[in-house]
Design a protein around this ligand. Structure first.
Ligand code: ADP
Length: 464
């Protein structure tokens, strides 16, 4: 607390100083005058001289101390020194104080920018990061954590389900008691199932904001799903290949044994065997084609594709099968569809797979439509070309539509197999379109038919 300085105080202080300086010599003079060692008049003059000298000295000190006080206040406020004390020791104190204040300011700026950089790094980390206090309540969340745990439409993150998880709760309690860091696997069932690995790290000493436990989350959902898909693919491929192989082995044994002399049975069995062998060959071809496409998926396509010509050629090649099912094909190829930069063979495969499905799943005597039209730029989407293949077959129940492009996913596996399907056609289409930065849209109404619409960016080839 500072004492208020009244208007009389400086004068009092100066007078006090003068009195303190002059008191002892004045007492000696008084004693000398009393003992007649000097004349009282001389003593009076000397005492007056002493009082004046004391007053001057007090004034000089008082002024300089005032200057020092102002210099310290300016140093504290970060302003440059001005009107420094005249007495050398006081001037040195003022200068040293100024240097000390600037070095403290530089340090605190450094600490400030370091802590801002730390906040930026933590905010920018791709993994969710959460800091809890000693009681396990959230103190800080970085941007990834907020994004991960803020329900759609809500303004704040909801960590309830995560922090209530029993294994995580126990690890947090151990960390709060000073336990070593550990990692906990957590599955959150809602709103979408997520598999997380949470690293629980005790912070000792705690952070200035009370943070005591650090949670670093890594979302393993995608990796797990990919692992699962790979495992499913191998199991499916194995099953799809083994079934015709087992039937071939069975027929070979029958032909060698019980049917060795039965010409009629032999002809029938050989027919089935040829069908099974073709099925295996189609399957292997589709699997190889899928893995080739996957390998090239990250390299942009080169070359040029004329979709109009590709559609005409593919439709012609399907003529015999279309005629066999008494179907008719209607082409609606708009003007202004120019060649684009694309892998022509791969786009031919896209068209062939979609048309093949329309023939396979369309209705006998039905109609297959092929529409090709340019699309104008819309939002972030550049100008493109839309190719729609539609049929008036039985359609696809709504719940199956999102999964149709998964490998081996079929609405009716037995039916697909019986008509020569491998379950890989649409997966191949999807991967080719990924490579071309295109998209596939499936619309279907049960009992009315389906439309598969491919969209491709219309990047025109450069003309030399
Ligand atoms: P598949 O070799 O079985 O035809 P696809 O990947 O081409 O494999 O198609 C996956 C599944 O999607 C098919 O088994 C079928 O159930 C369904 N499907 C595809 N195209 C059509 C269509 N035009 N009409 C009805 N269902 C279709």
């Amino acid at each position: 607390m500072t004492r208020p300085e009244g208007p009389g105080r400086p004068a009092l202080l100066v007078a006090g100083t003068a009195a303190a300086i002059a008191a002892a010599p004045a007492a000696i003079l008084a004693a000398l005058a009393a003992s007649d060692a000097i004349l009282p008049q001389t003593a009076g003059w000397l005492a007056l001289g002493l009082a004046v000298a004391g007053l001057l000295a007090g004034l000089v000190w008082y002024r300089d101390l005032e200057r020092l006080a102002r210099a310290l206040a300016r140093a504290e406020a970060g302003r440059p020194p001005e009107d420094l004390p005249r007495l050398p020791p006081l001037r040195r104190v003022a200068e040293a104080a100024d240097r000390l204040a600037s070095s403290i300011r530089a340090r605190s700026q450094e600490v400030d920018s370091l802590s801002r950089a730390a906040v930026r790094i933590v905010e920018g980390l791709p993994d969710p990061l959460i800091v809890l206090d000693r009681e396990g309540r959230p103190v800080t969340l970085n941007a990834a954590a907020r994004e991960c745990f803020t329900p759609p439409g809500a303004a704040t993150a909801d960590l309830g389900a995560l922090l209530r998880h029993p294994a995580l709760r126990a690890a947090v309690d151990r960390a709060a008691e000073g336990g070593a860091s550990e990692s906990v696997a957590v599955t959150l069932p809602v709103p979408v199932e997520r598999e997380l690995v949470v690293q629980v790290i005790g912070l000792d000493p705690p952070l200035p904001d009370g943070g005591r436990i650090l949670l670093v989350l890594s979302d393993r959902t995608r990796e797990r799903r990919i692992e699962q898909m790979r495992a499913d693919f191998i199991a499916n491929a194995n099953h799809e290949l083994r079934t015709p192989l087992a039937s071939l082995i069975g027929f070979i044994e029958t032909l060698r044994g019980p049917a060795a002399d039965d010409r009629e049975a032999q002809a029938r069995f050989l027919g089935i065997m040829a069908e099974q062998a073709q099925r295996m060959s189609r399957l292997i071809e589709d699997m190889l084609s899928l893995s080739r496409i996957e390998m090239s998926e990250h390299t942009p396509p080169k070359g040029e594709a004329d979709l109009v010509a590709l559609v005409r050629r593919t439709a012609e090649a399907l003529e015999p099968r279309i005629a066999a099912r008494r179907m008719r094909i209607e082409l609606d190829l708009a003007e202004g569809v120019r060649p684009i930069i694309a892998d022509s063979d791969q786009l031919a495969q896209v068209i062939a797979n979609l048309l093949d499905n329309a023939v396979k799943y369309g209705r006998d005597g039905g109609r297959i439509g092929i529409r090709l039209a340019p699309t104008p730029p819309a939002g972030a989407r550049p100008a493109g070309i839309a190719l729609a293949v539609s049929d008036d077959g039985p359609g696809i129940p709504r719940q199956h539509i999102p999964r149709l492009t998964e490998r081996f996913y079929r609405v009716d596996a037995a039916r697909s197999r019986a008509i020569g399907g491998t379950g890989l056609g649409l997966a191949i289409v999807k991967h080719i379109l990924n490579r071309h930065r295109g998209s596939l849209e499936i619309a279907s109404e049960e009992g009315k038919g389906s439309t598969f619409t491919v969209w491709l960016p219309a990047t025109a080839p450069e003309r030399g």
